[in-house]
Design a protein around this ligand. Structure first.
Ligand SMILES: Cc1cc2nc3c(=O)[nH]c(=O)nc-3n(C[C@H](O)[C@H](O)[C@H](O)COP(=O)(O)OP(=O)(O)OC[C@H]3O[C@@H](n4cnc5c(N)ncnc54)[C@H](O)[C@@H]3O)c2cc1C
Length: 413
């Protein structure tokens, strides 16, 4: 089957992984990104077994695992000290499984280097504003008024703010402030746990180990309170954060300027039809959700894998793309629904969701088989997405060995 000429909008996780997979299938791939130099935005991520399975097939799992921190457990307490979240990867009852806390720059670096090493073209400073059909293909309309060459297929991997996808979904009231800090040696934190503290569902502070001597700290904040947070000043916020989780006092000492914290907003959106004539939307451009279940980057990797699987099929392009979307649609819908269900338990002003979380959900989730269901859900494995895509669980034993060898601290970014 002759390779296609493919233009991909977006050098994020979906775009870079799709570029690698499609290039290796023999297609001619060009990536477009608005950045002067491709770079990641944001702080920490959790790579679940689903995402790691794709990275494994890309030959990048060992490198990515060595750059991150194996996470055994997600653990949270409320302001009264009661355990309100306890999800353990071991509850999946599969040997050696862990989540991987990683800095976004480390994941991006691994994918971007592989793309460059394979000679895949990247057009930078190319802000995509739209697309137009042209003969037997489609081309990008760029924000500077120029056009790209015509491609036989356009892949929209330009994320949540895609200019190529029809508006849909809604912004969530809550987002979070994020920052990357040095891991405190002999500090009170466990390097294998994503730990959080909650005041009802109104306040949340969390620490995610991301490896290489770093962690990401996050603080839940309503978007309409961001200006007030800035006006109140750093000292007022630090007092509030320490009241909720006194152990963070030392960590907060690393923050001297509000500019060290980035506010991220989340949107729940799902394009009902991610396919058009010679265009397909993947990753956050197709669907996005709050990161409560830590799935977005993993979903992006699965979408890229499915796209490659679909294009490997015989038949007309539309049918091959339809096959790719069909491979993912059920899992995407399931996690959209689950995330919409769970997000108010962790970020909302209402009292009842937090009471339900603390008194019913948390204790019940520790009783078999609910513990296993919770583990599978956190791992992105609900709905068995790997089987459908012909993917296997990564070799966690080998990855853990590599991880032990990687303890080098790197500077904060
Ligand atoms: C605070 C926060 C925490 C998160 N935590 C997790 C987590 O723990 N686990 C997890 O799996 N997911 C998490 N996510 C979600 C995850 O980051 C996204 O789902 C993932 O990055 C989506 O990848 P993507 O490639 O589709 O989009 P992106 O990573 O957003 O990449 C989009 C790319 O497109 C480029 N672009 C955008 N617009 C244009 C344009 N007009 N023209 C040209 N280029 C353009 C951008 O520059 C960027 O390079 C989190 C998200 C946030 C905000």
């Amino acid at each position: 089957m002759a390779g296609l000429d493919i233009g991909i909008a977006g050098c994020g996780i979906a775009g870079l992984s799709a570029a690698l997979l499609l290039h290796r299938q023999g297609h001619r791939v060009t990536l477009y990104d608005r950045f002067e130099e491709p770079r990641p935005l944001g702080a920490g991520l959790m790579i679940q077994p689903t995402g790691l399975a794709v990275l494994d097939r890309l030959g990048l799992a060992r490198r990515v695992a060595a750059a991150g921190a194996p996470i055994a457990r997600l653990h949270g307490r409320n302001a009264q000290g009661r355990v309100v979240l306890d999800a353990r990867y071991a509850d999946m009852r599969q040997a050696g499984v862990f989540g991987l806390g990683i800095h976004r720059a480390s994941l991006f670096g691994a994918l971007h280097e592989a793309v460059c090493a394979e000679g895949i073209a990247i057009c930078t400073e190319a802000e995509v504003a739209g697309t137009e059909l042209d003969g037997a293909g489609r081309r990008f309309r760029l924000a500077d008024g120029t056009h790209s060459p015509v491609h036989e297929l356009i892949v929209d991997a330009s994320g949540l703010h895609s200019a190529l996808a029809a508006p849909c979904g809604k912004w969530l009231g809550y987002g979070a402030l994020w920052t990357t800090l040095h891991w405190p040696e002999d500090g009170p934190f466990d390097a294998t746990v994503l730990e959080q503290r909650y005041r009802a569902a109104r306040q949340m502070i969390g620490v995610l180990p991301v490896g290489q001597g770093r962690l990401c700290l996050f603080w839940s904040l309503r978007a309409d309170r961001y200006d007030a947070w800035q006006e109140a000043g750093l000292a007022a916020w630090k007092d509030e954060a320490c009241r909720l989780w006194p152990a963070c006092e030392g960590l907060l000492g690393q923050i001297a300027d509000p500019g060290q914290l980035t506010f991220a907003r989340y949107a729940h959106r799902l394009l009902p039809q991610p396919l058009g004539e010679r265009i397909v939307h993947i990753g956050d451009a197709w669907h996005s959700a709050s990161p409560q279940l830590g799935q977005g980057a993993n979903m992006a990797l699965l979408d890229a894998w499915a796209l490659a699987q679909g294009l490997a099929q015989p038949g007309p392009l539309e049918r091959r793309l339809g096959h790719a979307i069909a491979l993912r649609r059920g899992h995407v819908r399931l996690y959209q629904w689950l995330t919409a269900l769970f997000t108010p338990l962790y970020q909302s002003d209402a009292a009842l969701p937090a009471i339900f979380r603390d008194r019913i959900l948390a204790p019940v989730s520790r009783i078999p088989p609910a513990d296993r269901i919770q583990g599978l859900l956190v791992g992105g494995l609900a709905g068995s997405p790997l089987d459908r895509l012909g993917l296997a669980m990564p070799d966690y034993a080998g990855l853990a060995d590599d991880q032990c060898a990687s303890t080098v601290a790197v500077p904060l970014r």
